[in-house]
Design a protein. Structure first.
Lengths: 505, 515
């Protein structure tokens, strides 16, 4: 269909994950809807050892675009992740796992955490993450695909650790296999319409040009179209996120393979350890004011106790977002629109959020002011909610006497977050706002894990006797034990030789 | 939590008062707090809201009521939605169901496919794809199915009942659990000098009732929250100009509907709520646009059975308290805010307030964070309902002949809140509805009202184009067929109710033979 009044030439310009996810998802949504879709591939910025840790939402998008899991796992040397383990964020509390599952069961319609808060005040020893099937499985070296055995008790999901180059290659193969038109090159000029200011075409250094009605900027932090082409400025979140260096390296593969990533705080930032099948990706996130690159590399070796590849890649970053995500006829997805702090593995998800909003707001006329306003409103709100979640790790740290961490505890939280933390501290009341990526149990796992224990709990939790509550707790723990015990290893899930040692209870 | 139990005093024994009392007596053990309710038989209950929302079932389940018993005792019937008549134009009729318009295809609401299909030629009304609406149209009822794949799982239900009987039912149940009820009128309220908190109420008998927390369920009088504590009122009458209601019961006649009817009239709208033994009727109107005499004529002319009484007049104003919880006083029900019962929200708003208060229940220190959160949540609830009600008025296309009083022109031309304006703009453009998290009315409710009142998008979601028109039509026809076949298999509302909860010696269901 070529309805001249509707924009139909869709040009996706970018690189790596943002580009290939855009190509696949938009192709899936619009290939037969009368669009002419062209992909302009810019040179990759990926290096060996780069890793994409994802959120649990990733798998649904893979199904949507018809990405088959087994070959993808193989090509991306990927492992599954049941959650993230946070260690060394406080001296007085043990590490905790943010598991991608629900925690406990509501009792009499009152969320479980109220009972847990009450029981802890009465001397309960079990940690909050002892009530997450994912966390318990992860701690015990197990992996599982959520199925009927946990249905009705918990909602469980998993995320991935993906080797970046392999993953992008698979996505590209799928896209080109579907017939997506791909042109490779470098941008020479972003040409704009003199009257409207819209992007009219992308001129490549080879002399080729690609004209379009709608342009998707998937160029990463370069923001080649939105930032460079349309001069949309950047709003820095530096005042909240003091880390500004991301060092990437890798170590030999772990055996047995853990089913979680490890996020360990150290003096000047934190270390992320993401297991892959072929190697272990290691990221150092730190503040350049506080630590040199050499020191950061050395700290990484100490924190991980692993031999790190001695040629790390260091990149500077600044957390923040563009003043608009959608300007004129250009929609930026992923880091071209928002550079989030690497904590909580949210960067991959920013791509998906933008694409899913774009799919439901693809302009129906050349004048797309209404869509643009809606998109910008919703995406900004979604980014701010993620920011609030991320910020809590820094705000709630209990590493006293270290300048960076002392500073982080004193950060002024944005109003919406301050309010949320106050309500949680007062009554265990968890406020979840519109456009949140992280759900109730994600927030609870993180807040309680970092030791923000509410002063009081829902009075309805007093409606069952302590004996009943204990019995319910034991039932839950017993059930989880019975489910986790027979689970096998990550290696088994990947169809690899079983690892020699699977810990038992 | 407390050394000695908190003393709670509930002022007022209407629906709000007894719902709150019942919820507290269920939620709290006696050693946690004592609850005392003061009501005066001299002061009549308002009892406008005889139709409810599905959330009331949750409330009853929380208390542990036996549904059939509760329905028998309150003369209740089932409700699947509201039939709005004459709202966009005279002669229009649409149903706002407690459910959806067909199941989504590839993650895109069926409604969007319908927009495309109808642009390409004649299509059945959107109603034909909604199970609860078609059940309404055929006067059928049965409980929802647990099977998520079935169209019979795509709805929930509420009740239509006698609110005065419901208050009595709650009162019996609550008193049986030991709640102390005191008959009397408040003649004086004493405040603590140092902080202005309420210390005690003095009754006409001379009795002084002290308390730690006072719940103001005194209705429009708002004796504590307004008259005593001076909490300000936010006026919404420029958007919702109706300020009067006349109510009258009539004999059962006409269809025995599993839904409430709201019919637009010259200066407002009339309700028709079928109960087992009678039909509740009323006319909500604006005194700016109609005299009371004229309104009485309109109401009596709209009855489909013989009137059982003279119409009773109620006066009100749309708006809400800027702070429903102030110091140690929490307003619940009409003392907290008023929105006309067009979407049957009155009882819901009292229910949700009592639930929030339990969750945010204070101790004697009255942590201000708890009242802040209570007020924030209540404000969201009222504001959501407000915008949705305004839409019903604003989106009309009545001609001068259809609008002798000028009310409909006024509400069509008035400026509406920005929160509503944004929603309407993008819906008109492409049928897009951004789902919000808290408060009533999910996207299907908005779709029902927009389309029912002839607000149709110019364009549709382009993801729909990924499927050929033939395929869209085929899928929609399958959906329509599934809905029709499933509705066909249902019992009638009258038969279902008769076997479920009717008293055999009651002369209910008279006229139900029309089915």
């Amino acid at each position: 269909m070529s309805d001249a009044t509707r924009p139909y030439r869709l040009v996706i310009v970018g690189r790596d994950d943002a580009l290939w996810l855009s190509a696949n998802i938009l192709w899936r949504a619009f290939a037969d809807a009368g669009f002419d879709i062209t992909v302009v591939e810019l040179p990759s910025m990926l290096r060996p050892g780069d890793v994409y840790p994802t959120l649990k939402q990733q798998e649904a998008y893979h199904s949507l675009i018809g990405l088959r899991e087994a070959p993808m796992m193989q090509a991306a040397q990927a492992t599954y992740s049941l959650g993230q383990r946070f260690s060394n964020w406080q001296k007085t509390r043990p590490p905790f796992i943010h598991g991608y599952s629900t925690y406990g069961r509501p009792i009499n319609r009152v969320p479980f955490h109220h009972y847990w808060v009450k029981a802890r005040s009465q001397g309960l020893k079990a940690e909050f993450d002892d009530f997450s099937i994912n966390a318990v499985a992860a701690k015990n070296g197990r992996f599982f695909f959520p199925g009927e055995d946990v249905d009705g008790f918990a909602i469980c999901d998993y995320a991935y650790h993906l080797e970046a180059q392999g993953y992008c290659k698979v996505l590209k193969t799928v896209a080109t296999g579907r017939g997506v038109k791909v042109i490779s090159g470098r941008i020479a000029e972003v040409a704009r319409d003199g009257e409207t200011g819209d992007i009219s075409e992308i001129r490549l250094s080879g002399g080729q040009s690609v004209a379009g009605d709608i342009f998707v900027d998937a160029s990463g932090a370069e923001s080649a179209l939105l930032g460079k082409g349309l001069d949309v400025g950047f709003e820095s979140w530096r005042k909240w996120f003091v880390c500004d260096r991301l060092m990437t390296t890798y170590a030999p593969a772990l055996s047995p393979l853990p089913s979680f990533s490890q996020i360990s705080a150290f003096r000047s930032g934190w270390t992320g350890v993401y297991p892959l099948q072929s190697c272990t990706a290691v990221q150092q996130i730190y503040a350049s004011l506080d630590m040199t690159d050499e020191q950061a590399f050395e700290a990484g070796g100490i924190v991980t106790s692993m031999p790190l590849n001695p040629s790390p890649v260091v990149s500077a970053y600044e957390a923040g977002l563009r003043h608009a995500f959608w300007e004129n006829n250009c929609i930026a997805v992923g880091e071209a629109a928002a550079v989030l702090d690497p904590i909580d593995s949210v960067r991959m998800h920013v791509n998906l959020l933008g694409l899913s909003h774009l799919a439901s707001l693809m302009p129906v006329t050349r004048d797309c002011r209404i869509e643009r306003a809606e998109y910008n409103r919703n995406m900004r709100s979604a980014m701010e909610r993620i920011r609030d979640y991320q910020l809590c790790h820094y705000l709630l740290n209990q590493r006293f006497g270290q300048p960076l961490w002392d500073h982080c505890r004193m950060l002024e939280a944005p109003d919406a977050l301050r309010y949320k933390l106050d309500m949680f501290a007062a009554r265990g009341r968890l406020i979840v706002y519109d456009d949140e990526t992280f759900e109730d149990d994600d927030w609870l796992a993180m807040l309680l894990g970092h030791g923000l224990i509410p002063q009081s709990y829902d009075p309805l939790a007093d409606q069952i006797s302590d004996a009943d509550a204990i019995a319910q707790f034991q039932k839950m723990l017993g059930f989880m034990h019975s489910v986790v015990e027979p689970m096998t290893s990550m290696e088994a899930a990947l169809g690899r030789a079983p690892s020699p040692s699977v810990r038992t209870f | 939590m407390n050394p000695t139990p908190m003393k709670i005093v509930i002022l007022g024994g209407g629906t709000a008062g007894w719902m709150t009392a019942a919820a507290f007596s269920k939620a709290f053990k006696p050693d946690f707090c004592s609850v005392r309710l003061i009501e005066s038989d001299e002061i009549g209950a308002v009892g406008v809201g005889e139709a409810t929302l599905p959330q009331l079932k949750d409330f009853n389940d929380f208390l542990g009521f036996d549904e059939a018993d509760f329905m028998r005792e309150t003369n209740a019937t089932f409700k699947l939605g509201i039939d709005f008549r004459n709202w966009g134009r005279t002669g229009d009729s649409y149903i706002h169901p407690f459910g959806i318009h067909g199941q989504a295809i590839n993650g895109v609401p069926l409604f969007q496919y319908w927009l495309k299909a109808r642009a390409g030629g004649d299509m059945p009304s959107l109603e034909a794809y909604s199970f609860p609406i078609m059940a309404c149209r055929h006067l059928k009822f049965d409980f929802p199915s647990d099977d998520q794949r079935s169209v019979r799982s795509t709805f929930s239900y509420a009740y239509q009942f006698d609110a005065v009987l419901y208050a009595k039912y709650l009162r019996r149940w609550t008193q049986a659990r030991g709640l102390q009820r005191t008959e009397g009128k408040v003649v004086d309220v004493a405040l603590r000098p140092h902080d202005g908190f309420i210390q005690s109420l003095t009754l006409s008998s001379g009795e002084v009732i002290e308390g730690d927390l006072f719940i103001d369920c005194s209705g429009f009088r708002a004796l504590l929250i307004s008259q005593t504590l001076k909490a300000e009122w936010e006026d919404w009458t420029p958007w919702l100009p109706c300020d009067r209601a006349l109510a009258v019961p009539c004999d059962r006649a006409g269809d025995f509907t599993p839904y409430t009817r709201a019919t637009a009239q010259e200066a407002g709208w009339t309700w028709r709520i079928p109960l087992q033994h009678r039909t509740g009727n009323g006319y909500v109107f604006s005194s700016q646009f109609s005299s009371e005499d004229r309104a009485a004529d309109v109401l009596m002319g709209a009855l489909d059975g013989g009137a059982q009484a003279e119409p009773r007049l109620l006066k009100f104003a749309a708006g809400r308290r800027k702070t429903s919880w102030r110091k140690n006083c929490v307003a619940i029900g009409l003392a907290s805010g008023f929105l006309e019962p067009l979407e049957s929200t009155s009882i819901y708003l009292a229910q949700i307030a009592s639930d929030f208060l339990i969750r945010m229940f204070p101790d004697r220190n009255f942590d201000p964070r708890l009242s802040d959160e209570f007020n924030r949540m209540i404000d969201i609830e009222y504001d959501r309902v407000r915008d949705f009600l305004i839409l019903h008025y604003h989106a009309n296309q009545k001609t001068a002949e259809e609008d002798p009083t000028g009310l409909w022109r006024y509400v069509r031309e008035m400026s509406v809140p920005d929160t509503l304006l944004e929603k309407m703009e993008i819906f008109r453009h492409r049928g897009h509805i951004h789902r919000y998290r808290d408060g009533l009315f999910a996207p299907p409710s908005w779709v029902a009202v927009y389309t029912g009142q002839n607000v149709l998008p110019t364009h549709y979601d382009r993801q729909v184009d990924n499927m050929s028109l033939d395929m869209v039509r085929q899928k929609m026809e399958e959906m329509r067929g599934r809905v029709a076949a499933n509705v066909d298999a249902l019992p009638t509302h009258a038969d279902f109710l008769r076997s479920y909860c009717a008293l055999s010696d009651k002369d209910m269901m008279k006229g139900a033979g029309h089915v």
